[in-house]
Design a protein around this ligand. Structure first.
Ligand SMILES: [Zn+2]
Length: 153
């Protein structure tokens, strides 16, 4: 905590804004604690062969000094965040290129007409947005739909 407080003092500038400064301090504290956790998590794993805890790291490899076992440090690195899973109204997993059916009449904004229930939509593209399907519908052109209003065909 002491270090965070020092940081606060150091960043107080003439155009000191208490609101921003406070949230910056929270961010800094958060960053600081993540770093602490991060360094703890980087403790070297025990040897998978003899369970020795004297593992050391060399050029991306973990090496056990007791049984001379070497293994890649890569495998224990944090894995990629899981990709977002998109599900239709029935809970089926959707993927890019899928064909879906619209499950209810969807009124388009600005008097653009209605996409009728049962309309087939081919070759959808999933996007990370409120309307998470980008697609083209015959007679309507490019548009965005919500996964909750479609069902995998
Ligand atoms: Zn070992």
């Amino acid at each position: 905590m002491l270090r965070v407080r020092e940081w606060l003092v150091m960043t107080e500038t003439p155009e000191y804004d208490p609101a921003t400064s406070a949230s910056n301090a929270i961010l800094a504290a958060f960053d600081f604690s993540t770093k602490l956790q991060g360094s703890r998590m980087h403790a070297l794993p025990p040897c998978p062969q003899c369970h020795s805890t004297f593992t050391y790291e060399d050029a991306g490899m973990y090496i056990c000094p007791e049984c001379a076992h070497e293994w890649s440090a890569q495998t224990s690195a944090a894995s990629e965040p899981a990709a977002k899973v998109y599900r239709d109204s029935a809970g089926n997993i959707l993927q890019d290129g899928d064909t879906v059916t619209v499950i209810k009449d969807l009124k388009l904004k600005g008097g653009g007409g209605v996409v009728k229930m049962g309309t087939k939509v081919k070759n959808i593209r999933l996007v990370d947005a409120d309307h998470d399907i980008d697609c083209k519908i015959d007679g309507f052109g490019a548009m965005s739909l919500k996964t909750e209003f479609v069902k995998k065909a």
